[in-house]
Design a protein around this ligand. Structure first.
Ligand code: DGJ
Length: 328
């Protein structure tokens, strides 16, 4: 018994130490376990990144198996280099807010900074076990890594809303992307002044989820995945000169046989350096039977005048100052 205990302890220490060493090397390893400062697995699935006062904050679904099964959790991590992440806290530990019943759903949380009101506003997909509610929930905090208080849930623009995505344009205006099955497409909707609601910007007639957006060069690029539940599929992208369109037809982000390297889009993060602007494709490799063990696939995209390509995942590093990336 004692020997087995020692063996487990040694293994746990080795795993933590390896995780810390990998992070310390400044290398992002797509698909490999990613650890926080305590050596615990990062729980930020279906997540979003908020850049605020020189620091990146990563929010996402916290699927830790020891969480209270009645509640849904959002964890917050901070980083200055996008590689080493400090666990701040579970910023949301929400009990069923709308009598949704067993196995209710809170997915894809995103946090926006409202410079005008000084509030931090979280949006997330809220649903019942059968995904019939199809709403967003809104929660608010006075601190970016403080406790978020539930405010309300609603259907944006009165439409069914499931997967959501987040986009903040270069001029600071904030947008919610949401998939809406009955309309066979998804919406880009600008947040109102107080961020408590949205107004229509554009509807894209393509039934895609995992929606993500970036403004790069003179074009907007939107990415999405097809509707195959937790299973990966070839993600696609389109471009437009303005958020209102016109949008091109959708093209594959990677060779279709690669099946998006087992991942599903969640966000596009732009890093503007002194020499280069890099767009990072952030995606989830879902493990539906053990969601806590789902992995993250982050890769720099190859961008060229209207085209966007996801290369095969490999370890890589980023020079935040210059914006340049190195494949290892
Ligand atoms: C695909 C979505 O992108 C995920 O966030 C999750 O809702 C699964 N479907 C559930 O099947």
């Amino acid at each position: 018994m004692h020997t087995r205990y020692l063996q487990w302890m040694t293994l746990a220490i080795l795993i933590c130490a390896t995780g810390r060493l990998l992070a310390a090397s400044g290398v992002i390893r797509p698909g490999e376990p990613w650890f926080d400062q305590h050596g615990a697995r990062i729980q930020a699935h279906g997540g979003g990144i908020t850049f605020w006062k020189g620091t990146y904050y990563w929010f996402g679904e916290d699927r830790t198996p020891t969480n209270d099964l009645e509640k849904r959790y959002v964890a917050c991590y901070s980083s200055r280099d996008l590689v080493r992440w400090k666990f701040k806290r579970q910023v949301l530990a929400l009990a069923d807010p709308e009598h949704l019943g067993p196995r209710w759903v809170l997915e894809r949380p995103k946090v926006y900074v409202n410079e005008r009101t000084g509030k931090f506003v979280m949006y997330a997909h809220l649903d019942d076990a059968h995904y019939k509610l199809a709403r967003v929930m809104v929660a608010v905090s006075d601190r970016i890594d403080g406790t978020y208080a539930y405010v309300k849930s609603f259907r944006p623009l009165g439409e069914e809303s499931r997967d959501i995505g987040q986009f903040v344009d270069d001029d600071g205006s904030a947008y919610l992307i949401f998939e809406s099955r009955p309309t066979k497409g998804f919406f880009i909707a600008r947040l109102t002044g107080d961020f408590m609601s949205v107004e229509r910007t554009c509807f894209i007639a393509a039934p895609l989820e995992g929606g993500a957006l970036v403004h790069y060069g003179n074009l907007y690029y939107v990415v999405g995945s097809h509707m195959t539940g937790w299973r990966p599929n070839p993600n696609v992208y389109a471009t437009a000169p303005a958020l209102t369109g016109p949008w091109t037809k959708f093209r594959n982000l990677a060779p279709p046989e690669a099946n998006n390297y087992g991942s599903q889009s969640t966000m596009l993060l732009k890093v503007t350096g002194t020499k280069k602007t890099t767009v990072i494709f952030m995606a989830d490799e879902w493990r539906p039977r053990a969601l806590w063990d789902s992995r993250y696939l982050w890769m720099p995209l190859e961008m060229d005048d209207g085209s966007m390509h996801l290369p095969p995942p490999q370890p890589w590093s980023l020079n935040l100052k210059t914006g340049e990336t190195t494949i290892h």
